[in-house]
Design a protein around this ligand. Structure first.
Ligand code: FEO
Length: 166
């Protein structure tokens, strides 16, 4: 018998699917950027693929821990064709904003249902989404200000160095 209710299990499984879908989408973007020889930018997205998978795995492990059944979902095919870097980053930021909204709904549901364990579990995601949205917002600012793709490559490279030093 699961320690959290069936509705919450369903909600968490839906979030598991969203995280895996984000991972797939970022993988498609990384491949697109690599195909245009934007090595640093592609590298940034390849790291995001792993981050999103980690977000999914945290949920999967939590579900197992509370005796619930994780569902490995069938995913829609990601977008693979883009006309600009701006489009790529806008799509990503939109994804993150949707994930943030979904996490906040989960927090509301946990709070309303007095599911304190899940409420606590979700706090990590609340904080993570602040960072994720900030990262893509900054990236979008840089891309919109720069008319030189090499400047964008240099910026993403700096981001990687900064992140490695955290
Ligand atoms: Fe796991 Fe970037 O949302």
């Amino acid at each position: 018998m699961a320690k959290i209710n069936a509705a919450m299990v369903e909600r968490l499984n839906a979030q598991l699917g969203r995280e895996l879908a984000a991972s797939q989408q970022y993988l498609a973007i990384a491949v697109y950027l690599r195909g245009r020889s934007l090595e640093n930018f592609a590298g940034f997205y390849f790291r995001q693929v792993d981050e999103e998978r980690n977000h999914a795995m945290r949920i999967l492990r939590y579900l197992l821990e509370v005796g619930a059944k994780p569902i490995v979902p069938q995913l829609d095919a990601p977008s693979t064709d883009f006309s600009s870097l701006t489009e790529v980053v806008k799509l990503s930021l939109g994804y993150e904003e949707a994930v943030t909204a979904a996490i906040h709904e989960l927090v509301d549901a946990a709070s309303d249902g007095k599911d304190y364990a899940t409420f606590q579990f979700l706090q990590w995601y609340v904080a993570e989404q602040i960072e994720e949205e900030a990262t893509f917002s900054k990236l979008l600012d840089i891309i919109e200000m720069s008319d030189n793709v090499l400047q964008v490559e240099a910026y993403v490279s700096q981001m990687s160095v900064a992140k490695a030093g955290e």
